[in-house]
Every structure is written in structure tokens, then in C-alpha cells.
Design a protein around this ligand. Structure first.
Ligand code: ADP
Length: 736
């Protein structure tokens, strides 16, 4: 779905920011219409003719209204009647609704967003979907990417240089070997010569010495290469992992866990082996190519020319194939990413899969994704293995030329080509072989570059991503007291779609506040802002008078404790999970926190007490037990501000009662912000914050709000009615 769907007849899409088709106008007349949007106006076209033009600020607000069978986009005046701009069938509703949000955002802020979030981002150069890339991996400068990649070797330049030196020396020695061969053949084999056995022995000894030195150089080379390779890989994985944890929630939520895992492991590993193997080889192979070519030309330039005749042809073929291969590798990357996403999803939601009995569906989805990945990969390989033998054959033709003309020269059958000894020809053909080895390697290189450049783009995308929630240069470590203030806060996950609108409130230290409102009103969003998981769009959130953008994130989060509806326990022991936020806590402190949270008793009954392993995500414990561990963890953390986000929503009444005691202990003397579905659990809060569609509509204690009979009263009444209906129908899932 996107907002640039169809140009008005006779016009180009590029003339407009957005352009959407509609099919009803006036009195439900069927038309072929287009609503085109420029930087300041909406233009209504019917059959390519302009029929109406509106400045954005001609109306105070734009919205989409659903009618029976169709919808319309309307412009509203605060004081006058609204006007229908155009009407359309339901399939375009989302696009028009998004357009309304964008123009409304422009009317309130003066900023016009040029890309809607429902647009599937495409590369402006090649037009291919960007998928989860921010820069098109096909159009991104490869030179820049590989330069950045090779810059990472800098840290290990000495070991890397040592590996190169060893390989270069070994290659140089290899260049000498054919010369010794030539001497052996020409001086001792043909014509046969047994008189100078000392010379013969010296040549044989030199061959042996070269063998020993080469073995030593290989050993040193491998040692240095391993050192560089292991450390480079470790650095890459570590950097990607560190950066991933450093990303803001909004960046993280745009990527899937499977995608991130694949970048930390697969892509980083691929780059590791590419850098160390090919990085070193590229230097050595090119060097040996130059040396061998020079020697060949010095020996006999005519034969040398014959040897390299097929090379330009091979280069042209490979260059042409490169783009196709790269496209298939990109596709393969996307499919294998999709299949690792599926794998991760299925394993993460294994309980849902099992309880819904959808194993077969998941298996089918996985098989399809995995098949697609394999197919795309095999297409790249098929293209390559079609091209590779052809190129190899072309290269070998050069060798046959050399053999034919070389033999003719020995037999002196081609006048003008010169004369050659058998030893010289043997030496020359050895060099031809040595020329083709780096050439073959270089021919393989584009295929590897195509594959690796995709992984490199993915890894650098993470490494270079700007963290939008970051510590300011002058950020401070604040000793938090617990006074929180929202000052005219506007916030939206999409800039043009505010979730919180003009929220202003002061929360005093040590008091308990409950946030209430309908689902989707923005309660969790308020909490996200206190935790600074996101930055406000407008206004500010302050703690003890300091804007939280000025407080270091480490200092902020170390003084805010959170208990969520779903507690996440890490694989490990109960003790490790309890001390997660305070690893240096003494055992006495842990036990005391566990007692306050009412979990000491059940922990001591576990087979290994505090050392019992909790299993994957704590599945060996009940929901209530996990929740009590989370409360104990928060108590141990000793925060100044406590956030309870539906902390007891998934528990039964008895467990909730037990946990309430723990929570009461936890909240004593600390500023507490709680969200609870069951409004009764918040009635003892010092004050309630009532949100309605992102706006703060009421604040005050429970009794006062009940007397006021406003939004909170309605919410409480609706909930009481639901509870009564549940009791009457005996259906615990009854929803009002
Ligand atoms: P509440 O906690 O009151 O139920 P939330 O604060 O979770 O509501 O959400 C408010 C609105 O913001 C909802 O419309 C929801 O769809 C949207 N929203 C919440 N989280 C995100 C997110 N990460 N990205 C985009 N939209 C979100």
C-alpha cells in the first residue's frame, strides 16, 4: 500500500507528492477520479481534468468517514459544515486515512511528511523494494562498503602484514621453482649430462630448501591468519551485538529478532572469512599475477600475449554475469532472512502453535520459505556454474596456444617466433599455470563479492544506524527523588499520528498514580516516555525538574523499576534472575527482597532452592511465581520510581491478593505509576490520570472522580457491568 498509486490522466506521478484514485464524486456519480497532492494543495481531477483545488489550510481538519458501501474524505471547519472532497470504495480507505493524518499533522506543526509509514520503501535509484534495508544494497557504493570493511583490519595490521609477507615470500619462491626446473632439464636431462653432479646436487638441494622454507612460511601464515580471522570475527559480532542493544525501541521494533540474529551471526561470520581469506589473497594474488606476467613477457612476449589473449573476453562475460548473480544473492538473503524469522517466530510462540495445533501450517510455511531461499541461492549458483566452465575453458585455450607455438619453437618450425629449449618451455608453461591460478581466483571473486556485499550492507546498516534516543553531550547522572512532570507532551510512533496529545501533569515524589483509559488511549505510551524508550515529539518529560533527555540513560534506568504483565526470566537460576539488575547483591539482601515479595517461601520449596534453574523463559514456574520474582527483582533494584504495567492482569484473584502485598511493600515511599485493567486495584492510588484518545481528560483520587461522573466514572460503571454479567452468565470471557 502506498500513497502514490495512480497519476491523473495526462499527468506524471512525479509531479505530485501523493496521488490516490477515487471512483465516486458529487451525488454518488461513478467517475475515474484522482486526488493529487502537492506541497500545499489538494487537486481533484476527473478524467484528467481539474475540477477542484483546495489549499491545505482551507479546512481545519481532514478525516475519512465510512458510509454504507463506500467512504469519503472530508474537510472540516471548526465553525462551519464539512465538505466532501471525494468518495471511494473501501479498499482505498487506509490510504486516504493516512493522507488525512499527514495533512492534519501539517496543519498543526507546519511540517509536511513526504513518505507515509504505509509506503513500502523503495530504492529511489532502481525502484526495488528496500525490504528491511535503509539503503539499497544493490545501489550502495560497493567501494565504500568494502573500504569500511577492510578498515576493520587496521587493528590487526601487524599480524595481517605478517600473513601477507609469508604468502608473498612463498609466492616468490614458487616463481623460482620453474627456473630451477628449467636448469635441471636443459643442463642435465636433455641433453643428458652426468659429469657435473655437484651442480645437479646444488639444484636438487635448492628445490628441497624451497620446500622446507615454504612449509615454514605456510605454518606462520596460517597462525597469523587465524589470529586475525578469529579476532576480526569476534570484534564484528561484538560490535553488531553492542549496537543492537544500543538501538532505540523504535529502531528495534522495525526489525525482527530473526533478522538481528542473522546479522550478528551469519553475516558477521561471512564477513570474517571473506576479510581474512580474500582480503589477504586479493593482495597476494594480484601481486603474483603482476610478477608472473612480467617474467613471461621478459621470457617471450609473443608467447605471453598468446597466453593472455582470452582474458579480456572472460572479464566481459564475468562483468555481465555479476549483476544477475548479485540480484539472486540479494533475493536469497531476503528469503533466508524470512525463513529465519519464521523459525524464530515459531519457536518463540511454540506454546501457541502447540495449543492451536498449527504445527502442520508452520511446517508448511517454513518449508516454503526454506525452499524459496534454497531456490534463489541455487539460481545464483546455476548462473555461476554455467559461466564458470565457459570462462575456464576460454582461459585454458591460451594454454594450448602456448603449448602449440612453444613446441613449434623447439622444433624451429615457425620463422620469426624465435627458438626455445625444452626447459624454457617447461618453465614458461609453469608460469602460465601460475598466471591462471590467480586469474581463476579473481574470476571467482565477483561471485563472492556479490554475496558478501549484501552481508556487509546489512552489518554496516546496524553499525552505522543513528540511535534516535541517545545521551546528550551534557547529560547528567541524576540522584532521582521521584518528581515527574509531563509538560505539553505530544508523542506519536509515527510523527504525523500523535498518540499522546498535549499531556501536562505533575507527579509528586513518593505518591502512587494510576493511569486509566480505554485500550489504545496511550497509557503504556506514557510509561514508555518516562522510561525514555522513545523521545517526545513536542513538549518535555522532566524528573525533578530535569528534562529526561538531559539525564544519562544509565542513571535514569538504574533508578526506575518496572514490573510488566509478562515477566521475562532469563535462562539460569532463580538467584541469577533475582540479581539481574543488581549483580553484586549479597545473598542476605536477595532473601530479604524475596521475603518482602512473598516469594521466599515457594523458592525454598523448589528442588534446588535459589539455585533451581528456571528453564527457558522461566517456564518451570507459574505466572504468579514469575511475577513475584519480578517484584523481588524490582525491590532489590531499589528504584526511586516504580512502574507497574498491568503487573497483575494475568493472575487469578488469590494470587493477585498475595502479589498486591508484595507490590504495596515495593511501592512504599517511591513514586509509583501503575496501569491496571481491573480499575478496583487502582482505587487506593493517590491520584488517577484518565486518558481518552491520547488526551488527559481527568485527574484526581478515585472518590473525587466518581463524584464527578465523567470518563472515569463511565469506565468504572462499564467494568462493574461486565463483572456482573460474567458472574450472571458464568462466562469469564464475557466482554461488555
Ligand atoms: P494503551 O496502553 O492505553 O492500551 P498504548 O499506549 O499501548 O495504549 O497505545 C496507544 C496507541 O499507540 C495504540 O493505537 C497503539 O496501536 C499504538 N502503538 C503502541 N505501540 C506502538 C508501536 N510500537 N508502534 C506503533 N504504534 C504503537
Amino acid at each position: 500500500m502506498e500513497l502514490l498509486l495512480k497519476a491523473p490522466k495526462g499527468h506524471e506521478l512525479s509531479e505530485y507528492l501523493f496521488s490516490l484514485p477515487f471512483n465516486l464524486y458529487g451525488k454518488a456519480k461513478k467517475v475515474d477520479g484522482t486526488l493529487a497532492v502537492t506541497h500545499s494543495q489538494l487537486i481533484v481531477y476527473i478524467d484528467g481534468d481539474e475540477v477542484e483545488r483546495y489549499d491545505f489550510n482551507e479546512f481545519d481538519e481532514y478525516s475519512c468517514e465510512q458510509l454504507i458501501g463506500c467512504s469519503m474524505m472530508v474537510g472540516k471547519h471548526n465553525d462551519r459544515a464539512e465538505k466532501c472532497i471525494c468518495a471511494f470504495t473501501q479498499d482505498n480507505f487506509i490510504a486516504f486515512a493516512e493522507l488525512c493524518k499527514i495533512i492534519n499533522h501539517y496543519l498543526t506543526t507546519g511540517q509536511l511528511v513526504e513518505h507515509s509509514d504505509i509506503d513500502e520503501p523503495k530504492c529511489p535509484k532502481c525502484g526495488l523494494p528496500l525490504d528491511s534495508f535503509t539503503e539499497c544494497p544493490y545501489c550502495a557504493s560497493k567501494v565504500k562498503t568494502f573500504r569500511k570493511l577492510f578498515a576493520r583490519i587496521g587493528k590487526y595490521k601487524w599480524a595481517f602484514s605478517a600473513a601477507i609477507m609469508c604468502t608473498v615470500m612463498s609466492e616468490l619462491l614458487n616463481v623460482v621453482t620453474p627456473y630451477i626446473n628449467q636448469r635441471l632439464i636443459d643442463d642435465y636431462v636433455w641433453p643428458k649430462n652426468t659429469s657435473n653432479w655437484i651442480g645437479f646436487a646444488v639444484l636438487c638441494a635448492s628445490m628441497f630448501l624451497i620446500l622446507i622454507i615454504n612449509t615454514f612460511l605456510d605454518w606462520a601464515n596460517m597462525k597469523a591468519s587465524f589470529y586475525v580471522s578469529l579476532n576480526l570475527g569476534q570484534d564484528l559480532r561484538q560490535d553488531v551485538f553492542n549496537k543492537t542493544l544500543d538501538l532505540s525501541m523504535s529502531s528495534i521494533s522495525k526489525k525482527t529478532a530473526g533478522d538481528l540474529i542473522s546479522r550478528v551471526s551469519n553475516d558477521a561470520n561471512k564477513l570474517q572469512s571473506f576479510l581474512t581469506d580474500n582480503g589477504k589473497n586479493a593482495i597476494v594474488r594480484i601481486l603474483s599475477l603482476i610478477i608472473v606476467t612480467v617474467i613471461m613477457f621478459v621470457m617471450n612476449w609473443k608467447l605471453a600475449l598468446l597466453a593472455i589473449v582470452p582474458i579480456p573476453l572472460v572479464v566481459v562475460i564475468i562483468k555481465r554475469a555479476y549483476n544477475t548473480i548479485q540480484m539472486y544473492y540479494g533475493r536469497s538473503w531476503r528469503f533466508s532472512n524470512a525463513h529465519s524469522k519464521l523459525l524464530h517466530d515459531a519457536l518463540d510462540g511454540i506454546r501457541v502453535v502447540k495449543t492451536c495445533g498449527t504445527e502442520d501450517i508452520e511446517i508448511e510455511k517454513y518449508t516454503k520459505a526454506s525452499y524459496n531461499a534454497a531456490k534463489a541461492s541455487s539460481k545464483a549458483e546455476v548462473v555461476w556454474y554455467f559461466i564458470w566452465p565457459a570462462c575456464d575453458f576460454l582461459l585454458t585455450i591460451g594454454n594450448y596456444f602456448v603449448l602449440y607455438f612453444g613446441a613449434m619453437m623447439i622444433l624451429q618450425k615457425i620463422p620469426g617466433f624465435g627458438v626455445m629449449t625444452l626447459g624454457e618451455l617447461t618453465r614458461f608453461t609453469s608460469y602460465v599455470g601460475m598466471l591462471y591460478t590467480p586469474l581463476r581466483w579473481l574470476m571467482q571473486l565477483p561471485r563472492q563479492l556479490a554475496d558478501v556485499s549484501i552481508s556487509a550492507s546489512k552489518v554496516f546498516e546496524i553499525l552505522e544506524e543513528n540511535t534516535d534516543v541517545r545521551d546528550a553531550a551534557d547529560s547528567v547522572d541524576l540522584d532521582i527523588q521521584g518528581n515527574i512532570a509531563f509538560n505539553g507532551v505530544y508523542f506519536g510512533y509515527k510523527v504525523y499520528n500523535p498518540v499522546l496529545k498535549d499531556v501536562s501533569i505533575n507527579l509528586e515524589k513518593g505518591k502512587m498514580y494510576g493511569i486509566v483509559g480505554h485500550s489504545g488511549a496511550g497509557k503504556s505510551t506514557m510509561i514508555n516516555l518516562v522510561l525514555r524508550l522513545y523521545d517526545v515529539t513536542q513538549g518535555s518529560v522532566t524528573i525533578d525538574g530535569v528534562d529526561i533527555r538531559k539525564i544519562s540513560q544509565e542513571s535514569l534506568r538504574s533508578q526506575v523499576g518496572v514490573v510488566l504483565q509478562e515477566t521475562y526470566l532469563f535462562e539460569g537460576t532463580v538467584l541469577e534472575n533475582l540479581t539481574y539488575a543488581k549483580p553484586n547483591a549479597t545473598f542476605e539482601e536477595v532473601v530479604s527482597a524475596a521475603k518482602i515479595a512473598h516469594c521466599h517461601e515457594f523458592i525454598t520449596k523448589l528442588p534446588d532452592g535459589y539455585n533451581t534453574r528456571v528453564g527457558n523463559k522461566g517456564h518451570t514456574l507459574s505466572g504468579g511465581e514469575r511475577q513475584r520474582i519480578a517484584i523481588a527483582r524490582a525491590i532489590l533494584h531499589n528504584p526511586k520510581i516504580i512502574i507497574l504495567d498491568e503487573a497483575t492482569a494475568s493472575l487469578d484473584t488469590e494470587t493477585e491478593r498475595q502479589i498486591q502485598e508484595g507490590l504495596a511493600e515495593l511501592c512504599r515511599g517511591r513514586t509509583t505509576i501503575a496501569i491496571a485493567h481491573r480499575l478496583s486495584t487502582l482505587s487506593n492510588a493517590d491520584s488517577l490520570i484518565v486518558l481518552d484518545k491520547g488526551r488527559l481528560v481527568e485527574t484526581g483520587p478515585h472518590e473525587e472522580l466518581m463524584r464527578k461522573k465523567g470518563v472515569y466514572y463511565q469506565l468504572v460503571m462499564a467494568q462493574r457491568k461486565t463483572t456482573k454479567m460474567r458472574e450472571a452468565t458464568g462466562n469469564p470471557n464475557y466482554v461488555h
